[in-house]
Design a protein around this ligand. Structure first.
Ligand code: NAD
Length: 355
């Protein structure tokens, strides 16, 4: 196994691993550990080149630093990527080699699930390193993060409604949701319980039909969901859905959903602001899952009650984001970045004063 370092400005450590025996080619990026060890998921994709994988791991690990800083998880930001086709290249040897690679950083990076990586894969990684989170609840871990992400989104929607509608109550609010997968379906059910009127769409038509039959949601075809007037639009499927084509079409007062990287470009947050739409920055409102995973690492071990109390604090983070945005007349996404930078700067100052 060959591990080599890649120098990247602004990143604490970026490492490459090549292992001939298992075919592993992977990268780990540790962006910043000012606030704690760098936690972030492991993903596997058939990247066309190492440069493409490097671009992804750098962007994602920095995002994790900001997300954890705002959510106050006591963690820094990192990420890992395995280059390869998840349908063909997975093997026990590959994941055990990945485990040894994670172990080589000795706790500086802590891994978890991400795209195309499941619990069985992480269990193989776990054979070689203890720096793995998000395994099954029965194994003493924090389990599937999705329900906690949904819980956090609900908390965040209430906090955003307080700003947009001057009242946190979601009763009677019409919410159009794109994507009712692991997080979206649970969020839809929670919203319905709150008395909201939920309209769902998904490219998985059977899922939509099953959920409508069971919970009485209204549905709309994915192609026309943006034409439905609503109070809250909730993107819960994929990234980049807030763009030049969609923003002018939105018929809502609030955008608040769990999807990662909702803005195609930062300027689309300004476009939302210009239209008077309150945008709940994705990495703030969807932090419930990472908050839950981070609770595994607390000295007393995982406790759901502690996790749920911390998830409630997403409301306070968003309140602060909206305050900064209003005071400085800047888009909420910029305000969220500022809040993250503030918390990192405070962490650096604390570290310096201890020296
Ligand atoms: P998922 O794969 O379980 O669900 C995604 C759903 O979106 C699926 O039902 C899929 O059919 C649907 N979908 C995909 N493309 C679509 C399209 N073009 N139009 C309509 N529907 C489409 O994923 P998830 O875990 O629910 O995550 C949803 C989003 O939230 C992702 O962007 C994910 O990165 C983000 N997120 C998830 C978590 C978590 O804890 N799972 C945490 C933070 C962020």
């Amino acid at each position: 196994m060959e591990i080599s370092e890649i120098q990247v400005d602004g990143y604490e450590k970026v490492v490459r691993c090549r292992d001939q025996a298992s075919g592993l080619h992977a990268l780990i990026a540790v962006h910043d550990t000012t606030l704690g060890p760098a936690l972030g998921g492991m993903r596997m994709l058939p990247y066309v080149s190492e440069d493409e994988a490097l671009f992804d791991v750098l962007r994602l690990s920095k995002g994790m630093t900001y997300k954890s800083a705002v959510a106050e998880t006591g963690l820094g930001g990192g990420k890992s990527v395995i280059l390869g086709d998840p349908r063909k290249a997975k093997s026990p040897g590959l994941f055990q080699a990945m485990g040894r690679f994670v172990q080589s950083l000795d706790g500086l990076y802590i891994t978890a699930e991400d795209m195309n990586i499941g619990i069985p894969d992480l269990e193989l990684v776990r054979k070689e390193t203890r720096w793995v989170t998000g395994l099954a609840r029965e194994a003493g871990s924090s389990g599937n993060p999705s329900p906690y992400t949904a819980d956090g989104c609900l908390v965040g929607m209430r906090a955003t409604a307080r700003v947009a509608f001057k009242c946190p109550d979601l009763k009677g609010k019409r919410v159009v949701m794109q994507g009712v997968g692991a997080v979206g379906s649970r969020l839809a059910i929670l919203l319905e319980k709150e008395g909201a009127h939920v309209v769902i769409c998904d490219i998985n038509e059977k899922r939509v039909a099953d959920l409508c039959a069971e919970y009485g949601f209204e549905s709309v075809r994915d192609e026309s969901h943006l034409d439905v007037p609503c109070d809250i639009y909730s993107p819960c499927a994929r990234g980049a859905t807030l763009n030049d084509e969609t923003v002018p079409r939105l018929q809502c007062k609030v955008v608040a959903g769990c999807a990662n990287n909702q803005l195609l470009e930062p300027r689309h947050a300004a476009a939302l602001m210009a239209r008077g739409i309150v945008y709940a920055p994705d990495f703030v409102i969807n932090a419930g899952g990472i908050i839950n995973v981070a609770c595994e690492l607390l000295p007393g071990g995982y406790d759901e009650k502690v996790s749920l109390a911390k998830i409630e604090r997403i409301a306070e983070s968003l309140r602060r984001v909206y305050e900064i945005s209003a005071q400085r007349s800047i888009p909420t996404s910029e305000a969220a970045n500022m809040l993250a930078e503030e918390r990192l700067a405070a962490g650096r100052a604390r570290k310096r004063s201890k020296r």
